[in-house]
Write a protein that binds this ligand. Structure first.
Ligand code: SF4
Length: 304
Protein backbone atom coordinates (compact mmCIF):
# COMPACT_ATOMS: atom_id res chain seq x y z
CA UNK A 1 0.00 0.00 0.00
CA UNK A 2 1.22 3.49 -0.91
CA UNK A 3 2.50 5.57 2.03
CA UNK A 4 1.52 9.20 2.57
CA UNK A 5 4.97 10.39 1.42
CA UNK A 6 4.84 8.19 -1.68
CA UNK A 7 1.39 9.57 -2.51
CA UNK A 8 2.63 13.16 -2.14
CA UNK A 9 5.65 12.35 -4.36
CA UNK A 10 3.25 10.91 -6.99
CA UNK A 11 1.15 14.09 -6.88
CA UNK A 12 4.24 16.30 -7.31
CA UNK A 13 5.49 14.21 -10.26
CA UNK A 14 2.09 14.06 -12.00
CA UNK A 15 1.39 17.73 -11.40
CA UNK A 16 4.58 18.67 -13.27
CA UNK A 17 3.93 16.16 -16.05
CA UNK A 18 0.36 17.41 -16.61
CA UNK A 19 1.15 21.13 -16.27
CA UNK A 20 -1.41 21.29 -13.49
CA UNK A 21 -2.18 23.69 -10.67
CA UNK A 22 -3.90 22.47 -7.49
CA UNK A 23 -6.45 24.78 -5.86
CA UNK A 24 -7.89 23.87 -2.44
CA UNK A 25 -10.70 25.44 -0.47
CA UNK A 26 -10.05 26.42 3.14
CA UNK A 27 -12.47 23.65 4.25
CA UNK A 28 -10.41 20.82 2.74
CA UNK A 29 -8.52 18.28 4.86
CA UNK A 30 -5.24 19.68 6.20
CA UNK A 31 -3.08 17.30 4.15
CA UNK A 32 -4.88 18.35 0.96
CA UNK A 33 -4.45 22.05 1.79
CA UNK A 34 -0.74 21.39 2.33
CA UNK A 35 -0.11 19.99 -1.17
CA UNK A 36 -2.12 22.74 -2.92
CA UNK A 37 -0.51 25.58 -4.87
CA UNK A 38 -3.20 27.94 -3.56
CA UNK A 39 -5.71 27.70 -0.73
CA UNK A 40 -8.49 30.20 -0.25
CA UNK A 41 -12.19 30.92 -0.19
CA UNK A 42 -14.48 30.82 -3.21
CA UNK A 43 -13.64 34.37 -4.30
CA UNK A 44 -9.87 33.93 -4.02
CA UNK A 45 -9.98 30.62 -5.85
CA UNK A 46 -12.22 32.08 -8.59
CA UNK A 47 -9.63 34.81 -9.11
CA UNK A 48 -6.83 32.22 -9.15
CA UNK A 49 -8.76 30.06 -11.61
CA UNK A 50 -9.33 33.07 -13.87
CA UNK A 51 -5.63 34.05 -13.81
CA UNK A 52 -3.81 30.73 -14.04
CA UNK A 53 -1.58 29.77 -16.99
CA UNK A 54 -1.74 26.08 -16.07
CA UNK A 55 -3.27 23.68 -18.63
CA UNK A 56 -5.01 21.64 -15.96
CA UNK A 57 -6.79 22.83 -12.80
CA UNK A 58 -7.32 20.26 -10.06
CA UNK A 59 -10.03 21.73 -7.86
CA UNK A 60 -10.07 20.32 -4.32
CA UNK A 61 -13.47 21.47 -3.19
CA UNK A 62 -17.06 20.75 -4.18
CA UNK A 63 -18.77 20.53 -7.57
CA UNK A 64 -19.95 24.13 -7.98
CA UNK A 65 -16.41 25.40 -7.35
CA UNK A 66 -14.87 23.24 -10.08
CA UNK A 67 -17.75 24.23 -12.35
CA UNK A 68 -17.00 27.92 -11.70
CA UNK A 69 -13.33 27.31 -12.60
CA UNK A 70 -14.45 25.66 -15.84
CA UNK A 71 -16.85 28.52 -16.64
CA UNK A 72 -13.95 30.97 -16.35
CA UNK A 73 -11.49 28.68 -18.18
CA UNK A 74 -13.25 27.03 -21.14
CA UNK A 75 -9.94 26.07 -22.77
CA UNK A 76 -8.49 24.37 -19.71
CA UNK A 77 -9.10 20.96 -18.25
CA UNK A 78 -10.76 21.22 -14.84
CA UNK A 79 -10.71 18.12 -12.65
CA UNK A 80 -12.72 17.46 -9.49
CA UNK A 81 -10.98 14.59 -7.63
CA UNK A 82 -14.22 13.36 -6.01
CA UNK A 83 -17.14 13.28 -8.44
CA UNK A 84 -19.71 13.00 -5.62
CA UNK A 85 -18.48 16.07 -3.70
CA UNK A 86 -21.57 18.27 -4.00
CA UNK A 87 -23.00 21.14 -1.98
CA UNK A 88 -26.50 20.64 -0.51
CA UNK A 89 -26.97 24.42 -0.32
CA UNK A 90 -26.31 24.78 -4.06
CA UNK A 91 -28.95 22.10 -4.72
CA UNK A 92 -31.67 24.06 -2.87
CA UNK A 93 -32.30 26.34 -5.87
CA UNK A 94 -32.48 25.07 -9.45
CA UNK A 95 -32.80 26.99 -12.71
CA UNK A 96 -36.55 26.31 -13.14
CA UNK A 97 -37.26 27.53 -9.59
CA UNK A 98 -35.20 30.65 -10.23
CA UNK A 99 -37.06 31.38 -13.48
CA UNK A 100 -40.40 31.10 -11.62
CA UNK A 101 -39.10 33.31 -8.80
CA UNK A 102 -37.98 35.97 -11.30
CA UNK A 103 -41.37 35.83 -13.04
CA UNK A 104 -43.07 36.44 -9.67
CA UNK A 105 -40.82 39.50 -9.06
CA UNK A 106 -40.35 41.12 -12.46
CA UNK A 107 -37.71 43.83 -12.88
CA UNK A 108 -35.67 42.82 -9.79
CA UNK A 109 -32.04 41.91 -10.48
CA UNK A 110 -30.81 38.55 -9.18
CA UNK A 111 -27.72 38.23 -6.98
CA UNK A 112 -26.71 34.59 -6.68
CA UNK A 113 -24.26 33.21 -4.16
CA UNK A 114 -21.42 31.36 -5.86
CA UNK A 115 -22.70 28.21 -4.08
CA UNK A 116 -25.03 27.48 -7.00
CA UNK A 117 -25.09 25.46 -10.23
CA UNK A 118 -23.90 26.82 -13.59
CA UNK A 119 -27.53 26.76 -14.80
CA UNK A 120 -28.59 28.98 -11.86
CA UNK A 121 -25.66 31.35 -12.42
CA UNK A 122 -26.73 31.58 -16.08
CA UNK A 123 -30.16 32.87 -14.93
CA UNK A 124 -28.55 35.47 -12.61
CA UNK A 125 -27.45 39.06 -13.13
CA UNK A 126 -24.40 38.78 -10.92
CA UNK A 127 -22.79 36.32 -8.49
CA UNK A 128 -21.37 36.99 -5.05
CA UNK A 129 -19.36 35.21 -2.39
CA UNK A 130 -19.52 35.67 1.38
CA UNK A 131 -16.54 38.09 1.09
CA UNK A 132 -18.16 40.47 -1.37
CA UNK A 133 -21.95 39.94 -1.03
CA UNK A 134 -22.63 43.36 0.53
CA UNK A 135 -20.45 45.16 -2.05
CA UNK A 136 -22.16 43.30 -4.91
CA UNK A 137 -25.62 44.28 -3.63
CA UNK A 138 -24.51 47.91 -3.23
CA UNK A 139 -23.06 47.92 -6.77
CA UNK A 140 -26.48 47.38 -8.34
CA UNK A 141 -28.66 50.22 -9.55
CA UNK A 142 -31.84 48.82 -7.95
CA UNK A 143 -33.61 49.14 -4.61
CA UNK A 144 -35.16 45.66 -4.55
CA UNK A 145 -33.05 42.61 -5.27
CA UNK A 146 -33.61 38.85 -5.38
CA UNK A 147 -30.91 37.10 -3.34
CA UNK A 148 -30.35 33.35 -3.19
CA UNK A 149 -29.96 30.60 -2.33
CA UNK A 150 -28.59 31.16 1.21
CA UNK A 151 -31.10 32.80 3.59
CA UNK A 152 -28.58 33.34 6.38
CA UNK A 153 -26.09 35.16 4.16
CA UNK A 154 -29.09 37.08 2.81
CA UNK A 155 -30.14 38.10 6.34
CA UNK A 156 -26.58 39.21 7.10
CA UNK A 157 -26.37 41.35 3.96
CA UNK A 158 -29.88 42.76 4.62
CA UNK A 159 -28.64 44.05 7.99
CA UNK A 160 -25.88 45.97 6.17
CA UNK A 161 -27.75 47.62 3.32
CA UNK A 162 -30.71 49.98 2.88
CA UNK A 163 -31.81 48.05 -0.17
CA UNK A 164 -34.57 45.50 0.21
CA UNK A 165 -33.57 41.90 -0.36
CA UNK A 166 -36.09 39.23 -1.26
CA UNK A 167 -34.31 36.12 -0.03
CA UNK A 168 -34.56 32.44 -1.10
CA UNK A 169 -34.90 30.00 1.81
CA UNK A 170 -31.84 27.78 1.28
CA UNK A 171 -29.21 27.12 3.92
CA UNK A 172 -25.93 25.33 4.56
CA UNK A 173 -26.64 22.55 7.06
CA UNK A 174 -23.05 22.62 8.32
CA UNK A 175 -23.39 26.23 9.46
CA UNK A 176 -27.14 26.61 10.01
CA UNK A 177 -27.44 23.82 12.58
CA UNK A 178 -24.95 25.29 15.05
CA UNK A 179 -26.84 25.97 18.31
CA UNK A 180 -26.44 29.16 20.40
CA UNK A 181 -25.85 27.01 23.55
CA UNK A 182 -22.77 25.52 21.88
CA UNK A 183 -21.26 28.97 21.35
CA UNK A 184 -22.18 30.02 24.91
CA UNK A 185 -20.51 26.84 26.26
CA UNK A 186 -17.38 27.56 24.18
CA UNK A 187 -17.30 31.14 25.52
CA UNK A 188 -17.55 29.85 29.10
CA UNK A 189 -14.74 27.35 28.45
CA UNK A 190 -12.53 30.00 26.77
CA UNK A 191 -13.53 33.34 28.34
CA UNK A 192 -10.66 35.27 26.72
CA UNK A 193 -11.33 34.02 23.20
CA UNK A 194 -12.70 36.25 20.44
CA UNK A 195 -15.67 34.69 18.59
CA UNK A 196 -15.48 34.82 14.79
CA UNK A 197 -18.42 33.43 12.77
CA UNK A 198 -19.22 32.88 9.09
CA UNK A 199 -22.35 34.62 7.72
CA UNK A 200 -23.81 31.24 6.63
CA UNK A 201 -24.56 30.76 10.37
CA UNK A 202 -28.01 31.77 11.55
CA UNK A 203 -28.76 35.22 13.07
CA UNK A 204 -28.75 33.78 16.64
CA UNK A 205 -25.13 32.72 16.11
CA UNK A 206 -23.91 35.85 14.37
CA UNK A 207 -25.47 37.88 17.22
CA UNK A 208 -23.08 36.10 19.63
CA UNK A 209 -19.99 36.73 17.50
CA UNK A 210 -17.46 39.52 17.94
CA UNK A 211 -16.80 39.42 14.21
CA UNK A 212 -18.74 38.01 11.24
CA UNK A 213 -16.80 37.45 8.02
CA UNK A 214 -15.85 35.09 5.22
CA UNK A 215 -12.93 32.69 5.64
CA UNK A 216 -10.56 35.13 3.91
CA UNK A 217 -11.92 37.83 6.22
CA UNK A 218 -11.15 35.55 9.20
CA UNK A 219 -7.52 35.19 8.10
CA UNK A 220 -7.12 38.96 7.78
CA UNK A 221 -8.94 39.65 11.07
CA UNK A 222 -6.87 37.15 13.08
CA UNK A 223 -3.63 38.47 11.54
CA UNK A 224 -4.44 42.04 12.60
CA UNK A 225 -5.92 41.21 16.03
CA UNK A 226 -3.89 41.41 19.27
CA UNK A 227 -5.97 38.51 20.71
CA UNK A 228 -4.23 35.16 21.29
CA UNK A 229 -7.29 32.91 21.38
CA UNK A 230 -10.28 32.55 19.04
CA UNK A 231 -13.49 30.53 18.82
CA UNK A 232 -14.01 29.85 15.12
CA UNK A 233 -17.56 29.24 13.89
CA UNK A 234 -17.10 27.84 10.41
CA UNK A 235 -16.16 24.50 8.86
CA UNK A 236 -13.41 22.67 10.79
CA UNK A 237 -10.88 22.75 7.93
CA UNK A 238 -10.42 26.46 8.58
CA UNK A 239 -8.61 25.70 11.83
CA UNK A 240 -5.79 24.06 9.87
CA UNK A 241 -5.22 27.15 7.75
CA UNK A 242 -5.50 29.52 10.73
CA UNK A 243 -3.11 27.44 12.86
CA UNK A 244 -0.62 27.13 10.01
CA UNK A 245 -0.62 30.89 9.37
CA UNK A 246 -0.63 31.90 13.05
CA UNK A 247 1.67 29.64 15.07
CA UNK A 248 1.27 30.25 18.80
CA UNK A 249 -2.34 31.48 18.53
CA UNK A 250 -4.99 29.15 19.98
CA UNK A 251 -8.10 28.26 17.95
CA UNK A 252 -11.20 26.40 19.16
CA UNK A 253 -14.00 25.11 16.95
CA UNK A 254 -17.35 26.65 17.96
CA UNK A 255 -19.31 23.40 17.54
CA UNK A 256 -18.61 19.75 16.66
CA UNK A 257 -21.31 20.11 13.95
CA UNK A 258 -18.99 22.30 11.87
CA UNK A 259 -17.96 19.48 9.58
CA UNK A 260 -18.91 19.31 5.89
CA UNK A 261 -18.84 15.68 4.69
CA UNK A 262 -18.65 16.79 1.07
CA UNK A 263 -15.58 18.93 1.64
CA UNK A 264 -13.92 16.04 3.43
CA UNK A 265 -14.39 13.53 0.59
CA UNK A 266 -11.19 14.64 -1.16
CA UNK A 267 -8.05 12.84 0.02
CA UNK A 268 -4.41 12.78 -1.09
CA UNK A 269 -5.16 9.47 -2.83
CA UNK A 270 -8.08 10.95 -4.78
CA UNK A 271 -5.96 13.94 -5.86
CA UNK A 272 -3.22 11.57 -7.10
CA UNK A 273 -5.78 9.37 -8.91
CA UNK A 274 -7.38 12.42 -10.47
CA UNK A 275 -4.03 13.46 -11.98
CA UNK A 276 -3.06 9.92 -12.94
CA UNK A 277 -6.31 9.17 -14.81
CA UNK A 278 -7.24 12.80 -15.65
CA UNK A 279 -10.57 12.31 -13.85
CA UNK A 280 -13.23 13.66 -13.22
CA UNK A 281 -13.36 16.33 -15.86
CA UNK A 282 -15.99 19.04 -15.37
CA UNK A 283 -17.79 20.32 -18.47
CA UNK A 284 -20.49 22.95 -18.87
CA UNK A 285 -22.78 23.27 -21.89
CA UNK A 286 -21.53 26.30 -23.88
CA UNK A 287 -24.79 28.30 -23.94
CA UNK A 288 -25.06 28.03 -20.13
CA UNK A 289 -21.34 28.65 -19.69
CA UNK A 290 -21.40 31.96 -21.59
CA UNK A 291 -24.30 33.33 -19.53
CA UNK A 292 -22.87 32.04 -16.24
CA UNK A 293 -19.46 33.55 -17.11
CA UNK A 294 -21.10 36.97 -17.48
CA UNK A 295 -22.51 36.75 -13.93
CA UNK A 296 -19.17 35.59 -12.51
CA UNK A 297 -17.15 38.20 -14.43
CA UNK A 298 -19.44 40.98 -13.25
CA UNK A 299 -18.75 39.80 -9.70
CA UNK A 300 -14.99 39.76 -10.25
CA UNK A 301 -15.18 43.41 -11.39
CA UNK A 302 -16.72 44.50 -8.05
CA UNK A 303 -14.19 45.57 -5.42
CA UNK A 304 -15.07 44.01 -2.06
FE1 SF4 B 1 -21.96 23.58 0.84
FE2 SF4 B 1 -21.99 24.21 3.46
FE3 SF4 B 1 -20.39 22.24 2.63
FE4 SF4 B 1 -19.85 24.80 2.00
S1 SF4 B 1 -19.84 23.90 4.05
S2 SF4 B 1 -19.81 23.03 0.60
S3 SF4 B 1 -21.94 25.65 1.76
S4 SF4 B 1 -22.66 22.27 2.52
Amino acid sequence: MESRDECIARIVRLKAARGAVILAHNYQRGEVQDIADFTGDSLELSRRAAATDARVIVFCGVYFMAESARILNPNKTVLLPEREAGCPLAEMLDAAQLRDWKAAHPGRPVVTYINSSAAVKAESDICCTSSNAASVVESLDAQEILFGPDMNLGAWVQAHTRKRLIVWNGYCATHAWVRPEEILDAKRAHPNAVVVAHPECGPKITALADRVCSTSGMLAFVRSSPAEEFIIVTEAGMLHRLSRDNPGTRFHLGSPRLFCPNMKRTTLASVAESLERMQHEIRVEEGIRLRAARALERMLEVRA
